[in-house]
Design a protein around this ligand. Structure first.
Ligand code: ADP
Length: 160
């Protein structure tokens, strides 16, 4: 069975990687779909986000990295896949995620959204908080792999 794990991944964190590893153990193929949304300002370009994901998931042979724009349901159909994975951290994620899952189901009836509850160790972790800590020169080695840490340090070198 195939599943799509969509998101911004700006940049990938140990929270995402925890979900990716667990999906890779449950599904034959996992497609990580990086959202290319021109309306949403991102720190890393889609190409940079893909490169970081490729590097940090290289030990999982059944994980593919791709990008999409527009409707997730249309992308899922084009991939012949009707299973979407989303991660849930806190109750605050729930309302938006439920709305998206219901809208996606309405527009593509075969589509199922499966929620994975974050590992307790990563429940507080988001790409935004990692960017903020890194911007102010804080220690981020416990939140992201070295390659992501270096990419963030590079971005913020000399200020934005
Ligand atoms: P989006 O902008 O689509 O929310 P993100 O890259 O922030 O993109 O997140 C992609 C998915 O990964 C979402 O389902 C989000 O809830 C999940 N996620 C992000 N961080 C964590 C974490 N620390 N633990 C579990 N799931 C997470």
């Amino acid at each position: 069975m195939k599943a799509i794990y969509p998101g911004s991944f700006d940049p990938v964190t140990y929270g995402h990687l925890d979900i990716i590893e667990r999906c890779a153990n449950k599904f034959d193929t996992v497609i990580i779909a990086v959202l290319n949304n021109i309306q949403k300002q991102s720190l890393f370009s889609v190409e940079e986000r893909i490169a970081l994901l490729k590097e940090t998931t290289k030990d999982f042979p059944n994980v593919e990295i791709d990008t999409f724009s527009g409707l997730l349901t249309e992308y899922a159909k084009s991939k012949n896949c009707s299973t979407i994975i989303r991660g849930l951290r806190a109750v605050s994620d729930f309302e938006y995620e439920m709305q998206m899952a219901l809208v996606n189901k309405k527009t593509y009836n075969d589509m199922e959204t499966l929620f994975m509850v974050s590992n307790a160790e990563h429940v507080y972790l988001s790409s935004s908080i990692v960017k903020e800590v890194s911007y102010y020169g804080g220690e981020i080695a416990c939140f992201v792999p070295k390659v992501v840490e270096d990419a963030l340090t590079n971005k913020f070198k000399g200020g934005l």
